[in-house]
Design a protein around this ligand. Structure first.
Ligand code: TEU
Length: 550
């Protein structure tokens, strides 16, 4: 019998297909490549795979610009390959969640080709248009446009179309019921194939005030406040739930959660019948500046979100994905002495918080930022267009490149490091994006042989979460809030209680166990070989321990 709460107990492993494993030597990862790694996936102890988009796409934004929602991108394979992948995962008791990218389509989608062909085309209202005879449209800000302008003039019909992301990603018009039905149809198409849910891309942006009012100055600095949670967003989610989601046992997660916990709760309060879990950026977005993050802020963010969801609703817990840098480079310390312990510590955090863990491929090896020196090395539309924009405006390009080393999305998109052979075993051809030069030392094959590797630690962590439901459901309680180096908390579920102590620093630290907590045996997890139970714990740099309590 299916556990109705499976999506709370599962660990999600995110695969970036373009970079995971190439099977045919074209330098691009593909579905056959993933199929060749099914046993590896099984060995990780993860319960769900989330695949970034694999649909037909001209790849302006690596598959987030879809030209046919029912076809597989030829570079990734065929529908037969997809069916084989789904079957292979299910045979191993691993679920499959797909990306659903319906805030926008590609400009090469048939709908858009039709829509732009004439003002009276039946597909015209699948998108947002501003007729040029009304003058310039009211300004809207675009994430990826070289001019940051979300309106693109299209001479064919003398109108502008709206695109919050790149020019090749026109926004779909959710206010049109026909468009919504099209989306529900394509969702059913994949659900009827047996997939287990959707990660809903940029979904907070789908509903728009189509009167396009003038926004106050500075709105582009706070785009979510002005564009997020549009007037009918939740009506559409409830409609989608009624018509589609409620008919399947699936998990659903909306990427982005509005302005904070109150907005986020509206997506996932079970009484509202919308989605299963929220995925907020407040944690991963900490410390985007040159100084990095402060542990006290990190603790405050995760504690505040946990308490907002303590009674109802459910969260995702993650420190990385394909849109942000490598977690060990940002939140840990990727210098040789500390890379392994800090990667393991971050793994411990993700696997011991309340909420469904989302773990990004390569993090189980402690893969690091590549830190390109030159703009030509980047492939990402976001980085390249921002550079071009600065270039036009005479901005500081050196400063931009320095920031990109720390924050650019391609840092997390370099090919998976399987072994020490050419191109890390990712491809026999020329990889679409450079392989991180640290692969001869940092790769899965080397880590398979080492019982203390980051990889084998991740396996122990997924097993511990599987074994101890207190780590899934237990109430979270923060300890020693003001400590700037140690993040410590308890998890409690009925008689079961565990203490998590994380030394977020590259120095040894002493930590007195608070009065009233009694350690009860050997740690469930420890990223160092030894542990001495004592009233004051002596922690190594980046040491992480999870200890049962009496
Ligand atoms: O990202 C969405 C996105 O960039 C914003 O929703 C978000 O507010 C921002 O990242 C906050 O830090 C998704 C995909 O994950 C990304 O890869 C795509 O490029 C983008 O949508 C467009 O489809």
């Amino acid at each position: 019998k299916q556990n109705a709460q499976w999506w709370k107990e599962t660990v999600v492993y995110q695969i970036y297909p373009r970079s995971f494993q190439d099977s045919n030597g074209d330098g691009v990862g593909d579905l056959r490549g993933i199929i060749s790694k099914l046993d590896y996936l099984k060995s990780l102890g993860v319960g769900t795979v989330w695949l970034n988009p694999i649909y037909a796409s001209p790849n302006d934004d690596n598959g987030y610009d879809i030209s046919d929602y029912r076809q597989i991108m030829p570079a990734f394979g065929t529908m037969q390959d997809f069916d084989a992948l789904l079957k292979g995962l299910h045979q191993r008791n691993i679920k499959l969640v797909m990306d659903l990218v319906v805030n926008h389509s590609s400009d090469e989608h048939e709908w858009f080709k039709q829509a732009r062909s004439s003002r009276t085309n039946p597909y015209r209202d699948y998108y947002h248009w501003w007729p040029a005879e009304k003058g310039k449209p009211t300004p809207r800000w675009s994430f990826f446009d070289v001019n940051s302008d979300a309106w693109k003039y299209d001479s064919l019909t003398n109108s502008y179309y709206l695109h919050y992301f790149s020019r090749k990603q026109p926004d779909l018009n959710w206010e049109n019921p026909k468009l919504r039905q099209e989306v529900y149809q394509l969702m059913r198409f994949w659900l009827d194939k047996g997939i287990d849910g959707f990660r809903m891309d940029a979904f907070q942006f789908v509903s728009k005030d189509t009167t396009f009012p003038v926004l106050p100055a500075g709105y582009e600095k706070n785009i979510i406040a002005y564009y997020g949670e549009g007037p009918h967003l939740h009506d559409y989610l409830q409609e989608m739930n009624r018509e589609v989601l409620s008919k399947y046992n699936v998990m659903t997660v909306a990427e982005g959660a509005g302005r904070g916990p109150t907005d986020a709760m509206r997506f996932v309060d079970p009484a509202r019948h919308e989605l299963n879990m929220a995925y907020h950026f407040e944690g991963v977005d900490l410390g985007n500046g040159p100084g990095g993050y402060q542990l006290k802020d990190f603790k405050r963010v995760y504690t505040r979100w946990d308490s907002a969801f303590a009674q109802k609703g459910w969260l995702s817990i993650f420190l990385a994905n394909h849109d942000v840098p490598r977690m060990v480079s940002k939140f840990g310390d990727d210098r040789p002495a500390f890379r392994e312990p800090s990667a393991k510590l971050l793994t411990t955090f993700i696997l011991t918080m309340r909420g469904t863990p989302y773990y990004y491929n390569g993090d189980e090896l402690g893969m690091t930022n590549i830190r390109f020196d030159r703009i030509e090395q980047y492939r990402d539309v976001a980085t390249r267009n921002e550079y071009a924009r600065l270039q036009q405006q005479g901005g500081d390009l050196a400063a931009f490149l320095a920031t990109a080393k720390r924050s650019a999305r391609d840092n997390a998109r370099t090919p998976f490091q399987w072994n020490a052979s050419a191109n890390a075993g990712f491809t026999t051809g020329a990889p679409w994006l450079a392989v991180n030069p640290n692969y001869p030392q940092l790769n899965a094959a080397a880590q398979e042989k080492d019982p203390n590797s980051v990889l084998n630690y991740f396996r122990r962590a997924t097993a511990a979460r599987q074994q101890h439901k207190v780590l899934v459901y237990g109430a979270y309680h923060l300890l020693d809030e003001a400590n700037p180096h140690i993040y410590a908390y308890t998890r409690t579920l009925g008689p079961d209680k565990a203490l998590v102590v994380l030394n977020f620093s590259s120095e040894k630290r002493k930590w007195p166990v608070p009065a009233g907590l009694t350690l009860n045996g050997m740690p469930w997890l420890n990223n160092y070989p030894t542990f001495t139970s004592a009233s004051t714990l002596a922690l190594e740099p980046w040491q992480a321990v999870v200890i049962p309590l009496r």
